[in-house]
Every structure is written in structure tokens, then in C-alpha cells.
Design a protein around this ligand. Structure first.
Ligand code: AMP
Ligand code: MG
Length: 460
């Protein structure tokens, strides 16, 4: 009965047969994310940002360096100190005044030493040298260092066997970076090397873009949470977990709220509670986006007064994708087919999250030789899950078996997507194709994520 009340809406929505191009769909989504850049200043951001927040609900937060890996810098960072902070020896050897070598042909007398971490107030006199360790400050008065291997010692006299000039083997203060120099611009995905640089530059914390909060609503009467027993006709909900992981990899913070039946009022109710309870930056739905009678996700969005931006994208898999605005919030509806949902995530959702984080979404595209032929011509852009390998400078793309949109097993072996443009095909074995390295699309390579099935909103 409930469904009948929405039957008309579903029917009306299904009448439109127009497919939007992939590029247009992406542009439409990005325009919304960019339009929302100032979002949060009015306190409309998600409810529980972690870390030390900037403006309430804003996009910035300050995190400890150890928390910064995989985050995106949002303010430029300038060096609080020079590196190295003093002139130092880059090797184990002897420090002296280079001009003394000509004046004292019988060798230099070793009269002292400097360890790393020491702070010598005086240095060797005329005709003298001091032992210095790697990383030790250059003793005052010295202007060169020679490594032990290039010397010969007799008693306390050292003979230098190689020519040494003023400045040789001295790492100058500020040689790596000067005080106040730019260490990290905004918009960089922070990796180990950046963390090292920030630590060397005196910054124990860094301002990063907060993780966009992405809510996942899985819809489908047939869905059962993994771990619970399956009844006849039921399947485990894999999208919820796969998308949560993909969101983490894309630099976001997933909120997953269990499953929702194929009922527009139930989905609408869940979305309403989600909007109030979490105020996510982005909502993803899976399932119920196609043309079936029980595909009611769009009707639920309409019921909430949502404004549909597009429905049906000229891509395969993932054609039924749609996007809508629920007030200021962007919702992207994905096909329930697991491989389609993940591919559409790569094609449409990752760019949105990258834009939110202030980084450019730029898939690593390689030109590869197709190992096995694919496809008939189609007006849709097709994405084939493939294993990409490079040998002798030549990339090869092995399109994996199991390309049906519902199959995940082939995808698990894939590290790339072969992209066949609209109208192209078939492509024979040995022909060149364009392929994305999907492993390069990740922002945060490996944090674990917590799905909380005990949350009160999870009990749909
Ligand atoms: P739909 O998009 O609702 O037409 O679903 C397409 C296919 O994906 C159907 O075979 C569904 O059973 C399956 N499916 C839908 N949602 C999920 C999910 N969350 N996890 C795994 N499979 C799903
Ligand atoms: Mg369904």
C-alpha cells in the first residue's frame, strides 16, 4: 500500500530516457562540491569532526603529525627553523682550516673532538685538526672536513692525502631549507616524507582538511548484514563494506547505517534521520536506482523535496546512477550491483571527495596493449576491470573474467580499469587502449575503519 502511494512518482521519474555523459555527470557533481566550499561556516557541517577544529563545522582541523598521514594539508607550512640548524659535518673525519694544509706539510696535530649533539665553544688552533662525527657541529674556525678514509695517522699527527678546499664536506646551516621557507603547500596528500619535513621544520601539528563525512544507505529487501544467517532469496550486503573502505581510501569518513527495505517511505525516513543526526557532506545510496517497480530510491528523494540533478549516466557498469540535492547536501545514488557501485565510485564519487579535500582528481592513465579483445560498439563509455602489468616499458591490460556488474571476484584481482570511449569497439587483442591504474586513486592508503552496527540508526 505504501508503495502504491509512490507508484506515480516512480512512474513519472522513469519516463525520462535521457542519459547524461560521464563527463557531464562528473562536472555536475563537482559544481555542487565546489559550490559548497564555504559550507560549514554557517555551522551546517557534520556533527562530530575529530581533531582540533578551526571554525565550527568548517573544513579545517589541526592534527598531530602522527595522525597526518593520508590527510590533505589545508594551510601552507613554513619552516620554524633552518635545517640543518648549524654548519655541520656530514661524515666522520677531521675538521680544520683548509689553508693550513699548505702551511703545515708535515701534518696537522689532532687536539680535540666533537660528537654529534655537542656544542663546541672553541676549535682547533693553527696547524691543528679535530675529529668530528657525522652530524656534529663544525668547530669554530674550521672551514673544511676530510673523511677518515682520506687520511693517515701517525700518533697524534694526521696527514691528509687528498686536496681539500675551504667549504669541502661542510653542510651549511639552512642548506636543506632556510627559516621561513615553504615546507608544504596547501592541497598536498601528506605522506611519510612530508611528515619528516614538517618534524624537521619544527611543526608537531599540521592543519589539514577535515575528512568529508560520507553516509552510506544500502537499500534492498534482499539484503542481510554479513555475519547474520541468510534466508531464501537473501544476499549479504557487501556494498556497505566495500564503499566504506573505498571512502576511507578516498580520504573520507564513512558512516554506514545498515540496510533499508525497498520502500520509498522507509528510505525517506532513514535519509531524514541521517540528515538530522549526521549532517553528512555526501550521501551515497546503493540499489533501487533502476527502472524496476521496486526501485524507489529516487522516489524517496523526491518525497523529501530533493532536487534531482541527473539520472542515468552513459557508462557501463553503473548506468542507473543518479544525483540529487537534499537541501544543500549532495546525494549520489549508485546501482546496487557491487562491481557497478565500486566502478561508479571511482568514476564519480572519488572526484567529489578529492574536490572536497582540495586535491585534484587525476587518475594515472596508461596506454596499454589489450591482451584479450573486448566488447561490441556501444553508445556508453565502458569500464572493464583489468590487471595492468608493465614489462620492458610496455603496459599490458588483461581484462579479467567476470565483468558482469554483479560480480566482485574478478574485481578483486584488478588493479585497473580499461576505459573504452563511447561509440568505440570492438577492440581486438593487441590493440592499444587507455587504462586507469586504480591503485593510484587512493588518498589514504590504509587506515582501518569502524563500522558501527550497534548505532541506534543502524536498526532499520
Ligand atoms: P538494484 O540496483 O537494486 O537493482 O540491485 C542490483 C543487484 O545488486 C541485485 O542483484 C541486488 O541484489 C544487488 N545488490 C543490491 N544492493 C546490494 C548490496 N548492498 N550488496 C550486494 N549486492 C547488492
Ligand atoms: Mg533492488
Amino acid at each position: 500500500m505504501v508503495r502504491e502511494a509512490y507508484g506515480e512518482v516512480v512512474h513519472q521519474l522513469n519516463n525520462s530516457q535521457h542519459l547524461i555523459s560521464v563527463d557531464e555527470a562528473r562536472r555536475t557533481i563537482l559544481a555542487q562540491v565546489r559550490g559548497n566550499d564555504r559550507e560549514g561556516e554557517d555551522g551546517t557541517g557534520p556533527t562530530n569532526p575529530s581533531g582540533k577544529a578551526g571554525k565550527p563545522g568548517g573544513r579545517e582541523e589541526q592534527v598531530e603529525l602522527l595522525e597526518a598521514r593520508g590527510r590533505v594539508s589545508i594551510r601552507p607550512v613554513f619552516a620554524a627553523g633552518a635545517a640543518p640548524p648549524f654548519d655541520r659535518s656530514p661524515l666522520d673525519g677531521y675538521a680544520f682550516t683548509a689553508a693550513d694544509l699548505a702551511l703545515y706539510p708535515d701534518g696537522l696535530k689532532v687536539t680535540g673532538e666533537v660528537a654529534a649533539g655537542a656544542a663546541p665553544e672553541s676549535g682547533p688552533g693553527h696547524g691543528e685538526a679535530w675529529r668530528v662525527a657525522t652530524g656534529a657541529p663544525l668547530p669554530p674556525g674550521c672551514d673544511a672536513v676530510v673523511r677518515f678514509e682520506d687520511t693517515e695517522s701517525r700518533g697524534d699527527i694526521v696527514h691528509v692525502r687528498v686536496p681539500v678546499h675551504s667549504g669541502d664536506n661542510v653542510a651549511r646551516r639552512g642548506e636543506d631549507f632556510a627559516v621561513g621557507s615553504l615546507l608544504l603547500p596547501a592541497g598536498v596528500v601528506i605522506r611519510a616524507q612530508h611528515i619528516g619535513l614538517l618534524a624537521a621544520g619544527g611543526h608537531p601539528q599540521v592543519w589539514v582538511c577535515r575528512k568529508p563525512c560520507v553516509a552510506i544507505v544500502s537499500t534492498g529487501d534482499e539484503l542481510v548484514e554479513t555475519g547474520r544467517p541468510l534466508g531464501p532469496g537473501q544476499i549479504w550486503n557487501s556494498n556497505r563494506f566495500a564503499l566504506a573502505a573505498a571512502i576511507v581510501e578516498a580520504g573520507g569518513r564513512p558512516v554506514t547505517l545498515g540496510t533499508c527495505p525497498d520502500s520509498a517511505p522507509a528510505i525517506a525516513k532513514s535519509l531524514r534521520r541521517l540528515l538530522v543526526g549526521y549532517r553528512p557532506d555526501l550521501i551515497l545510496t546503493t540499489g533501487g536506482a533502476s527502472v524496476g517497480e521496486r526501485d524507489v530510491c529516487r522516489a524517496a528523494v523526491a518525497e523529501l523535496g530533493g532536487r534531482e540533478l541527473f539520472w542515468r549516466v552513459a557508462m557501463k557498469p553503473g548506468t542507473p546512477a543518479f544525483a540529487a540535492l537534499l537541501g544543500p547536501r549532495l546525494l549520489i545514488g549508485l546501482s546496487g550491483n557491487p562491481a557497478a557501485a565500486l566502478t561508479t565510485f571511482d568514476v564519480l564519487v572519488r572526484p567529489a571527495l578529492a574536490a572536497f579535500l582540495g586535491v585534484k582528481w587525476r587518475p594515472s592513465v596508461v596506454r596499454a596493449i589489450l591482451v584479450n579483445g573486448v566488447g561490441k560498439p556501444s553508445s556508453l563509455r565502458r569500464y572493464y576491470r583489468a590487471l595492468l602489468t608493465c614489462s620492458g616499458g610496455q603496459w599490458r591490460a588483461d581484462v579479467l573474467p567476470g565483468q558482469s556488474p554483479g560480480a566482485l571476484s574478478g574485481m578483486a584481482r584488478a588493479n585497473g580499469l580499461v576505459v573504452v570511449p563511447e561509440g568505440k569497439g570492438p577492440i581486438q587483442s593487441g590493440e592499444p587502449v587507455e587504462a586507469w591504474l586504480t591503485t593510484d586513486l587512493t588518498i589514504d592508503g590504509g587506515e582501518t575503519f569502524a563500522v558501527d552496527p550497534t548505532h541506534p540508526l543502524a536498526s532499520w
